[in-house]
Design a protein around this ligand. Structure first.
Ligand code: LLP
Length: 430
């Protein structure tokens, strides 16, 4: 029995192992395409964030940004890990509540929460509403009056900091649909409204500069800026935030060109900055999504057809594609894969990994090194845990894959594979 560990991947007898289980057996047992999550890896990442804060001696809260992956079972893992979560829709809120996640540890985000969503949040006593715009302040104010209830809120600010990341993943710059603009005075106006509303308890201020960010600079600048804003609020409104929420966005390594920062690196630098800037450092909240679930996720596919264009290119097709991972098509995201049943074979070619969707852009990996492959081999695309299943769709009426959690050598189905019946379950005759 040969066990090998290469680039953090463990293989046994030439098969990729995930959380102590043979991935080829998982593919056989549950079918493909299949999302597999190594839950131990998720728990370790959370522990890493926690210990970084403890080392830095900051009061903190970790709030998992569940848009990255939002199914009942992951909310249950977050409950076990005793962290907070963010939701951004009635649907995520409903799923979390169905999972038994404590509502007082939920923050509700979104730039256009509807009246009904806000009522749902208030009636379920969510921990914090992240106020994003004036319309929402008015809606919430009325709802709280009607329901005779009070609630904690935070103000989402756009601090005027651009993250160096994909255009679609930038949110902190002034020209953004999210939050109250600081420069033009919108933030001050919002502050005044909230402080005057006796049903809203202002817990603090929030900003999120973007996603898949490498380097600490943006976060340190953000920490600096948030303290500057807090000081202004103190002068102007005699208000000092109990919490500063610095959002999420910590990048992960999808391929050899990505060089992410460790939790320790950015948290220690943020802490140094904060301690220099203020005597009374507020509690710091962060909202990691991708960094918690991304690296723990694998997608297993079965290899099917192949097309070789002489002297030009080879296409190796799998049984999934853009429906279960839209990120390559949408953001030109670059993933890496291995052939799960041939971990001990040498790579002999570079090919395009094509999905099965009727769309030329449905290429999961542009240039993937492969050993000799045959139909029936299992391809494992790595680091697909974030924004994979949560962005999955049914284009071409392909059913969405199942999701399996593995931990301590055991596997558990946590989301069933969609069936053809499921696909037509909402359709009505005409
Ligand atoms: N907090 C807020 C307010 C956010 O808007 C987001 C992500 C996060 C936290 C979590 O960011 P993370 O730690 O996961 O980077 N679909 C895109 C990512 C969109 C992120 C939207 N907001 C992708 O697949 O790259």
């Amino acid at each position: 029995m040969e066990i090998m560990i290469i680039d953090d991947l463990t293989s046994k007898n030439g098969h990729l192992m995930i959380g102590g289980i043979d991935s080829v057996d998982l593919a056989k047992k549950y079918g493909t395409p299949l999302y597999v999550f190594d839950i131990d890896q998720i728990r370790s990442q959370i522990k890493e964030f926690k210990s970084a804060f403890e080392k830095a001696n900051l009061k903190y809260q970790i709030s998992y940004a569940s848009k990255a992956f939002a199914v009942k079972a992951i909310y249950q893992v977050m409950k076990q890990e005793n962290v907070h979560i963010d939701v951004v829709s009635g649907g995520e809120l409903y799923t979390a509540l169905q999972a038994g996640f404590p509502s007082d540890k939920i923050s509700f985000h979104g730039n256009n929460k509807s009246y009904d969503e806000l009522v749902m949040a208030v009636q379920n006593h969510v921990g914090v509403i992240m106020l994003d715009n004036f319309h929402e302040i008015e809606l919430l104010s009325n709802i709280l009056k009607n329901e005779k209830q009070q609630i904690k809120v935070m103000l989402r600010l756009t601090p005027g900091i651009s993250a160096h990341t994909h255009r679609y993943d930038q949110t902190g710059q002034t020209d953004s649909k999210f939050g109250f603009d600081v420069e033009s005075g919108q933030a001050d106006k919002a502050m005044k409204l909230v402080l005057e509303d006796s049903n809203m308890n202002l817990l603090g201020i929030h900003a999120h500069i973007g996603s898949q960010i490498f380097g600490t600079q943006g976060f340190v600048m953000l920490a600096q800026k948030m303290v500057e804003i807090a000081k202004r609020f103190q002068e102007k409104f005699n208000y000092w935030p109990e919490v500063i929420n610095l959002g999420g966005g910590f990048g992960i390594s999808y391929n050899e060109n990505d060089d992410p920062i460790t939790a320790n690196e950015f948290i220690s630098q943020i802490a140094t900055e904060l301690k220099q800037q203020c005597d009374q450092v507020p509690e710091i909240w962060i909202e990691p999504g991708r960094s918690i679930v991304g690296p723990a996720g694998y997608t297993l596919y079965t290899i099917g057809s192949r097309k070789d264009i002489p002297n030009l290119a080879s296409y190796v097709s799998v049984d999934g594609g853009m429906g279960d991972n839209i990120r390559p098509a949408l953001y030109q995201a670059k993933y890496e894969a291995v052939v799960a049943n041939k971990m001990d074979r040498k790579n002999i070619e570079t090919a395009h990994i094509a999905g099965k969707y009727c769309e030329s852009g449905d290429i999961l990996i542009d240039q993937q090194q492969l050993p000799e492959t045959q139909p029936g081999d299992i391809l494992a695309v790595l680091d697909t845990g974030a924004y994979g299943y949560s962005m999955a769709m049914n284009y071409n009426r392909n059913p969405r894959p199942a999701v399996v959690f593995v931990e301590k050598g055991q596997s558990k189905l946590v989301v069933k594979r969609e069936t053809y019946q499921d696909l037509t379950s909402l359709d009505l005759d005409y």
